[in-house]
Design a protein around this ligand. Structure first.
Ligand code: ATP
Ligand code: MG
Length: 260
């Protein structure tokens, strides 16, 4: 099967100030892949995504999207994005679920030019995909974290994208909803053929769902099939993270109580 590179990053380096945050990254994402992106805090994962989406410009190297230089690329509706900390609405936020999802139809290049009724139909369809249609008129802030996260997936899906990028979408989401969420992602990937890139710290779980894993800390330390990542030794991981990481797997304690 011939595979098309949807994202192609070549020799990418980037710094905010003096220090390189992303260094010499070569990474391609192919149609149909479900890629897990892992690495310690501050290792450049969110920055790499910003470079991939043209939200930051690389100091060195190039990004191609769908075979075209990012400088010329204009089919932003092909790409859905759920940013880190997307679900930080409090209960007073004045928007309903359907309004949040519809806002995904306003691309960075301007509003799509069809009627409001059509907008609503597409938003409802996206909500059905994540099984949240019954909450359409509920205030977004009144939903639980897992429910809000589903709404943000719907928002990312509303323009019918072929690539969806998720930056730590399961933070603060309980174990049951995380499982539901992974099942949903699996369905989108296998049934709808949507290519997925997901940043996560859940290295114990991601390999069960993603087809491929990328492990980075400024540079890429591992890129390959999930099965091969499972073979990546504890020692390799500890070296990469600079501390023991094995016990962090399956740590779903989000009680908010900090132990020092
Ligand atoms: N806007 C910014 N200005 C200056 N430095 C920044 C900015 N955003 C991030 N950084 C720095 O760049 C480095 C990489 O940050 P980035 O957010 O890409 O890490 P990350 O891998 O996504 O981390 P996390 O797992 O905590 O989300 C960090 O050292 C961070 O302090
Ligand atoms: Mg990040």
């Amino acid at each position: 099967m011939k595979q098309n590179a949807i994202v192609e990053m070549k020799d990418l380096s980037f710094k905010y100030e003096k220090e390189w945050v992303v260094k010499d990254v070569n990474l391609s994402i192919y149609e149909g892949q479900f890629l897990g992106l892992v690495g310690p805090n501050g290792s450049g994962k969110s920055t790499l995504i910003k470079l991939m989406l043209g939200l930051s410009k690389p100091d060195v190297g190039s990004v191609q999207l769908y075979g075209e230089s990012i400088k010329k690329f204009d089919k932003w509706e092909e790409i859905g994005f759920v940013s880190q900390k997307a679900n930080s609405f409090n209960s007073g936020f004045p928007a309903t679920v359907i309004e949040v999802v519809k806002s995904g139809l306003v691309s960075r290049m301007g509003t799509f030019s069809f009627f409001n009724r059509k907008h609503k139909e597409r938003a409802m369809e996206a909500l059905r995909t994540v099984e949240m249609e019954e909450y359409a008129d509920t205030n977004i802030g009144e939903l639980s974290g897992g429910q809000q996260q589903r709404v943000f997936i719907a928002r990312a899906l509303v323009s019918d994208p072929s690539l969806v990028i998720l930056d730590e979408p399961t933070v603060g989401v309980d174990a049951k909803h995380v499982t539901d969420f992974y099942n949903l992602l699996g369905k989108l990937n296998k049934e709808k053929g949507i290519t997925l890139l997901m940043v996560t710290h859940d290295i114990g779980t991601i390999t069960d769902h993603a087809t491929h894993v990328v492990c980075m800390n400024k540079t890429i330390h591992f890129h390959g099939h999930s099965d091969d990542y499972k073979e990546f030794s504890e020692e390799d991981l500890n070296q990469l993270y600079g501390h023991a990481v094995q016990q962090l797997s399956h740590n779903h304690d989000h009680s908010g109580v900090s132990h020092s």
